[in-house]
Design a protein around this ligand. Structure first.
Ligand SMILES: NC(=O)c1ccc[n+]([C@@H]2O[C@H](COP(=O)([O-])OP(=O)(O)OC[C@H]3O[C@@H](n4cnc5c(N)ncnc54)[C@H](OP(=O)(O)O)[C@@H]3O)[C@@H](O)[C@H]2O)c1
Length: 261
């Protein structure tokens, strides 16, 4: 897969990223079917396959159960080969989410993520919004904390996984990367993608396959065609723990991008 610039961060990412919720959490998730967490051996194979297929982008978060801990243990000496995106703000404990967007908690979370992932930098850290995007950006300390962490070189770029158009537009004004939702049934955030393109910000798409509520191979193809026809999209983060789906996704996205070229 040909790498592409993540906005003006200087970081290059594959157009398909690997979402890692399903590596670490199977409670309170919105997937169509229940599933068991993959074994360590399966995770190692999945990560190896992703690299072999040209994927260099991993999306994780403290709120994804054991995702970070497993990546830290299982990525091994190959960390440098990956662009790692993590998050701050959401805490998932005892089957429930709570949120803390304060300055101090943001700093502590990133320090913990660095330790858990056994690395001394994160390529990008996103604020994991609870839906109140503007309030978080205007009233809480997370944005200042991420700026501080970037100055200290602990993170290379910052952004927000936003949930509203107003919030996404503010992210595009102030931060390096926006993670937005776009899929065949939800297009409310397209103005954010357009603004991100104007400002040369990185755009990561979440839930592009409607969290798995798609119809077979044709559903995946149509989803990729839809997402990548939107100007401004850098990469789509697709969560899978199925190696066959991973191969299919790379093949289908390759066809869609070739058709576009
Ligand atoms: N920041 C946020 O607020 C936020 C929220 C949601 C998600 N995310 C990030 O975005 C990533 C993706 O979001 P998501 O996991 O909700 O949704 P998604 O990527 O749209 O869908 C993932 C689901 O699609 C299935 N799938 C993948 N490829 C498939 C294929 N070729 N055929 C059939 N089914 C397929 C997966 O099942 P299999 O495992 O069986 O392939 C999985 O259940 C997450 O992993 C996470 O990293 C972030």
């Amino acid at each position: 897969m040909e790498l592409r610039p993540l906005g003006s961060t200087g970081i290059e990412v594959s157009p398909l990223g690997l979402g890692t919720v399903k590596l670490g959490r199977n409670q309170q998730v919105k997937y169509p079917r229940a599933f068991d967490l993959p074994s360590d051996g399966q995770v190692i194979e999945l990560l190896g396959l992703a690299r072999e297929l040209g994927i260099n982008l991993l999306d994780t978060a403290p709120a994804y159960g054991s995702s970070q801990e497993r990546l830290g243990r299982l990525l091994g000496p190959r960390r440098e080969e990956w662009v790692i995106v993590s998050k701050v703000g959401e805490i998932f404990e005892h089957g429930r989410s709570r949120f803390d967007f304060s300055f101090d908690y943001t700093i502590t979370t990133v320090e913990q993520s660095l330790a858990t992932l056994h690395t001394d930098y994160l390529d990008c850290v996103l604020i994991h919004s609870d839906g109140d995007d503007l309030n978080i950006l205007e009233q809480e300390g997370a944005l200042d904390a991420l700026r501080e962490l970037k100055r200290r070189g602990l993170i290379l770029s910052h952004g927000m996984s936003s949930k509203t158009v107003e919030g996404g537009l503010r992210v595009v004004d102030e931060m390096d990367v926006v993670m937005a939702t776009c899929n065949l049934e939800y297009n409310a955030e397209l103005p954010v993608l357009a603004a991100a393109r104007e400002r040369r910000r990185g755009v990561l798409i979440k839930k592009g396959l409607m969290s798995g509520h798609i119809e077979g191979e044709e559903g995946v193809r149509r989803s990729f065609r839809h997402v990548f026809s939107q100007p401004g999209v850098t990469s789509m983060i697709v969560g899978t723990i199925n190696p066959i789906h991973l191969r299919d996704n790379v093949r289908l996205l390759g066809q869609v991008l070739d058709d576009k070229a």
